[in-house]
Design a protein around this ligand. Sequence first.
Ligand code: NAG
Ligand code: NAG
Ligand code: NAG
Ligand code: NAG
Ligand code: NAG
Ligand code: NAG
Ligand code: NAG
Ligand code: NAG
Ligand code: NAG
Ligand code: NAG
Ligand code: NAG
Ligand code: NAG
Length: 558
Amino acid sequence: MEWKWLWVVLVAFLLGRCCECERCWEQEKIALLQLKPFFTHIKDVKNYWVDEGKQSSDCCQWKRVECNTSTGRVIRLFLNLTTTEVYGDLVYNYYLRKYDWSGRDSWYLNASLFLPFEELKSLYLGGNSIAGCVDNQGFEKLSLKLDKLEILDLSVNQFNDSILASLSKLSSLRSLNLAKNQFTGSNLIEGMKRLSKLNKLETLDLYGNVLGNNILSHLDDFTSLKSLRLQNCGLKGTVNLREFNNLTNLKELYLGENQIGSLGSLFQSNEQLRLIKLEVLGLSENLFNNSVFLSIAALLKLKSLYIARNKLDGSIHIKELNALTNLVELDISDNQVNDFAPSKDNETELRLINLEVLDLGWNLFNYSILSSLGRLSNLKSLSLGDNLNGSINLKGLDALSNLENLFISCYYTKACSLSPQSLDLFPSLKTLQLYGVSFNGTLATWKGPIHLKNLESLFIWDTSLENNFLQKIGAMPSLKNLELWDCGLNGTLHSQGFCELTNLQNLDIGYNNLRGNLPECFSNLSSLESLYLYSNQFSGNISESKIPPNIESFKQLL
Ligand SMILES: *[C@@H]1O[C@H](CO)[C@@H](O)[C@H](O)[C@H]1NC(C)=O
Ligand SMILES: *[C@@H]1O[C@H](CO)[C@@H](O)[C@H](O)[C@H]1NC(C)=O
Ligand SMILES: *[C@@H]1O[C@H](CO)[C@@H](O)[C@H](O)[C@H]1NC(C)=O
Ligand SMILES: *[C@@H]1O[C@H](CO)[C@@H](O)[C@H](O)[C@H]1NC(C)=O
Ligand SMILES: *[C@@H]1O[C@H](CO)[C@@H](O)[C@H](O)[C@H]1NC(C)=O
Ligand SMILES: *[C@@H]1O[C@H](CO)[C@@H](O)[C@H](O)[C@H]1NC(C)=O
Ligand SMILES: *[C@@H]1O[C@H](CO)[C@@H](O)[C@H](O)[C@H]1NC(C)=O
Ligand SMILES: *[C@@H]1O[C@H](CO)[C@@H](O)[C@H](O)[C@H]1NC(C)=O
Ligand SMILES: *[C@@H]1O[C@H](CO)[C@@H](O)[C@H](O)[C@H]1NC(C)=O
Ligand SMILES: *[C@@H]1O[C@H](CO)[C@@H](O)[C@H](O)[C@H]1NC(C)=O
Ligand SMILES: *[C@@H]1O[C@H](CO)[C@@H](O)[C@H](O)[C@H]1NC(C)=O
Ligand SMILES: *[C@@H]1O[C@H](CO)[C@@H](O)[C@H](O)[C@H]1NC(C)=O
């Protein structure tokens, strides 16, 4: 009997201890309160990091703090600002390619304040206008005690090159984000060399720092890197892929938003190429012409190629695209391409059987391009934004039965038309966006929507729809988002069609010429969250009883 009781007491004691240790450690709470005065511009810190009252004595419950649930030690600190908080009132200087921080008070950080957090794994300090560390209290101070620190985010601050040396002591780092700081100085190369001693570093983000091409020849030692972002870094002219050849683990390389025109032509022979794991290559917003495809032909593992807004023009050889056999995602939007040219050995169709996302928008293609897409049977997303003129015949695309997203626009020409029946080819369609596309042929004979059983989002803008379109919409009860914007709809909204859309969450029928009352059944659309009816001529009181229960604000009605 007595033994039994002893057990109960012992178990209760252990449980009690365990509850105790889930809570935050006193010395870490004190350390957080010491940090607080430097971060009161973060509302969560200002309002929630308080040591009064029972609830708030457990700092693991404080916002922006994450503890290990079994040890109660702080493992993540989110002292970062949201993008709007950071940029809300900052002006971007396009000439210098950076934000003008001059009106913002910068300050110096005492990194030693983080010393008590010995189990810290992730530290996010983005967006704080930090200009550097106070004398002798740099990040090197953390190197001995914070040996679990893996993620350090210092993005969007005003650190200069001198910070790099101290960061190079944090040998446990796997991911370092230095985007949008001010590394322009003369110590940059030396700093990078030191940083490359971080032999666990897998992700390095240098987005938006003016680095220049000189940096490239000093990246050799970052051999553990898997992801490198050199986007918007002031790179120009030729950036030879050879420079990255020693980064044999690299999977992602982002070079967008620079003024690069060539990647060199080194890799026509495979032996030289050691960049064999590269899967993602970001080249958008540069000066590449069609010859770029020859330079990357040997990147056989490439899955995603982003080359939007460059100087591609005329014909791209189908053979050069087909060489990238593993491609899953290809974005060549916003160039001047008009054709995929067959090659001598009669490759007339893209054979990229893994391709799931293809963006051809804003080029000069005419609809004959569609005949080269016929084999892309795994395609899920196709954008043909603003290319096509005249009547669009999708008939050749019957192999694309897995297509889930289709985007066609004719913003500028306003002169393309599509037969509604051709949409029946894509039974898996979830999102259909048609901007400025008119329907060729009468909708009256279109049984259409009944084939689009999975459609969740339908956006039709800037065209003229026959009024009976609205009645047909009811055949797509899966619809969640419906925008029929500036479609010349007139007359009244009938119950037939609309009232069946019980899953509808967002409805925008602005800029039409609809009149009369809303149908009674509107009050039954219980999933509706937003409703835009502006610029119509609805009359009568839009009585509250017709307003679906989840609409948050009447403002959205008018
Ligand atoms: C929490 O700490 C325990 C004990 O040190 C460890 O095994 C576990 O992996 C930690 N969990 C997290 C999410 O860090
Ligand atoms: C801070 O950064 C983390 C990790 O990137 C992110 O998930 C979180 O949303 C950010 N917090 C704010 C307030 O922006
Ligand atoms: C930095 O913080 C540490 C630890 O709290 C403290 O001992 C030191 O005096 C501080 N240094 C400065 C210059 O504020
Ligand atoms: C770089 O930042 C340090 C403080 O961290 C400062 O002392 C130094 O003057 C800065 N250098 C330049 C070139 O701005
Ligand atoms: C890059 O790799 C080549 C070939 O293995 C080697 O000779 C060279 O020393 C490497 N460079 C660096 C900086 O590691
Ligand atoms: C395309 O770019 C390459 C590399 O910059 C250049 O050598 C070539 O002259 C360019 N071709 C045309 C037609 O502009
Ligand atoms: C390509 O097609 C043309 C015309 O159809 C034919 O004359 C030629 O032999 C074909 N070439 C190859 C390599 O198949
Ligand atoms: C479509 O574009 C191709 C390639 O530019 C051109 O040869 C063909 O004549 C064009 N067709 C029409 C109908 O404009
Ligand atoms: C589109 O086609 C119309 C009518 O065929 C023509 O007037 C217009 O110039 C064409 N626009 C472009 C950009 O080709
Ligand atoms: C409609 O399509 C047919 C055949 O697809 C075509 O002959 C006709 O010119 C098209 N009409 C318009 C207005 O585009
Ligand atoms: C409504 O639109 C149709 C064409 O869709 C047109 O024939 C009719 O005149 C319009 N009615 C009014 C009142 O604008
Ligand atoms: C709303 O739904 C209920 C239940 O399905 C039905 O009885 C009622 O007639 C509907 N009201 C309108 C105005 O359609």
